[in-house]
Ligand binder design. Structure first.
Ligand SMILES: C[S@@+](CC[C@H](N)C(=O)[O-])C[C@H]1O[C@@H](n2cnc3c(N)ncnc32)[C@H](O)[C@@H]1O
Length: 212
């Protein structure tokens, strides 16, 4: 386990408070476990990546590990909608390779253009897709596919329980949502890995060959 330094503790507390206020946006009350972070980053050949995007950096839990795995000269663009969480990522992950953009992930193509980032090797997304409205969800996943270079990978996690039952605070309703059929509409190849040792258990999806 990482030591519980002051910045991390503050960030985790802020994340929890935001989650209680607006769960549909944070989609979680606690940052991802190291098991989920590892499943999200494993096999992406990050050691030779030139540009990687992370969607929904939260408190920087995935970002830190991502930075530990990419080479010098790689550009990492972290996208986070919430200004306080974007700032928490910047504070926790001070690194010249990292650019944190506080904006909605649906604007990814124009963001990358502004950053002169070039084609992307991997997009790693922790966004709570199940809690988004269908149009935003489609737009974000399509935008992610459009920025990938040849052989690029989109990695997304989803909590397992959403297949059977999940609750939207904003809509005040219970619902179910399956990530796989949705991802298969957007990508020609989708594989998955169960991460039971996460709270709550999650599935990490690897998506290749974005559909035009
Ligand atoms: C489940 S949390 C993941 C946080 C962190 N990456 C982790 O794994 O612990 C999802 C994050 O996505 C952010 N988010 C939600 N909608 C977004 C959007 N449309 N664009 C960018 N970030 C968004 C939330 O503010 C939240 O920090």
């Amino acid at each position: 386990m990482q030591p519980l330094d002051a910045a991390r503790a503050r960030a985790a507390w802020g994340f929890l408070a935001l989650g209680v206020r607006d769960f549909d946006r944070t989609a979680s009350l606690v940052p991802s476990s190291r098991f989920l972070v590892d499943a999200m980053l494993r096999g992406l050949h990050l050691e030779r990546a030139r540009c990687v995007v992370e969607l929904g950096t939260g408190t920087g839990t995935v970002t830190r590990e991502l930075l530990a795995r990419v080479p010098r000269g790689c550009v990492v663009v972290g996208v986070e909608l919430d200004p306080s969480l974007a700032e928490a990522t910047r504070t926790r992950c001070r690194d010249p390779r990292l650019r944190v953009v506080c904006a909605c992930a649906r604007r990814l193509p124009s963001m990358l253009e502004r950053e002169h980032a070039g084609r992307v090797d991997a997009v790693v997304s922790s966004l709570g897709l199940s809690l988004m409205d269908a149009a935003t969800r489609d737009e974000i996943v399509r935008a992610a596919g459009s920025v990938l270079g040849p052989g690029g990978v989109y990695r997304q996690y989803a909590y397992l329980h959403a297949r059977w039952l999940a609750y939207s605070q904003a809509r005040g309703a219970w619902f179910r949502w399956s990530a796989r059929p949705f991802l298969e509409r957007h990508y020609g190849s989708v594989s998955s890995e169960l991460v039971a040792a996460n709270l709550p258990p999650a599935v990490a999806y690897t998506c290749r060959a974005p559909r035009a």
